[in-house]
Design a protein around this ligand. Structure first.
Ligand SMILES: [Zn+2]
Ligand SMILES: [Zn+2]
Length: 193
């Protein structure tokens, strides 16, 4: 959804939008939408600067970092953002722009603000940096992929290569001893003949 700034009244304007399923392009974001986001608020202008504030509601699904089970998050977050017209010397997508965006300050181009972009950013911010289905999630076995929360698998822990070398050496020694023993058993028989 695009918010038009054309003929924006001096005392601002209210906006409200309920997204349809599939309307928001999630791109490379890690989450899915369990319920269509709803956004409402006010857009105000001071000179060329625009202030966008309001409330964003949504329900997200994101995979647990350890076991990949989807965890749902209710988002009910206020936002209060400032937009300035894009300066001639700032390229879109440049690092400067991204840093300023983190501080609730951004640029707009032309005479509109892309609400979708803002909504996606706010949803991404609302997600915890570490998504866990529960704090003691045991995750998946890194060898067979079993969910260790609900089953135990038979995979042994991978052996440290140094221990493996030692184990090989022992096995060689055992083989050598067995060969000696066989020779000893065979030797008296030959004498009997
Ligand atoms: Zn988990
Ligand atoms: Zn396993």
């Amino acid at each position: 959804m695009i918010i038009s700034l054309v003929r924006l009244p001096a005392d601002g304007r209210r906006f409200e939008h309920r997204y349809e399923t599939g309307e928001l392009d999630l791109g490379a974001h890690e989450f899915r939408l369990a319920a269509a986001p709803e956004v409402s608020g006010r857009v105000d202008r001071t000179g060329m600067d625009i202030r966008l504030r309001g409330q964003l509601r949504a329900r997200l699904l994101a995979p647990c970092d350890r076991c990949l089970t989807e965890v749902s998050f209710d988002v009910d977050a206020p936002f209060d953002l400032f937009y300035a017209p894009v300066p001639a010397d700032v390229e879109a997508g440049s690092e400067t722009e991204l840093q300023e965006r983190d501080l609730g300050f951004s640029f707009y181009e032309g005479d509109s603000i892309d609400l979708d972009e803002m909504v996606l950013e706010q949803l991404a911010l609302a997600l915890p940096t570490r998504v866990l289905c529960r704090s003691d999630c045991r995750g998946l076995c890194d060898q067979c992929g079993a969910d260790l929360n609900s089953e135990t698998c038979r995979c042994a822990k991978p052996m440290d290569p140094r221990w493996q070398a030692l184990a090989d050496l022992r096995a060689d020694e055992r083989d050598a001893e067995t060969n000696d023993a066989e020779t000893n058993v065979d030797a008296p028989r030959e004498e009997e003949k």
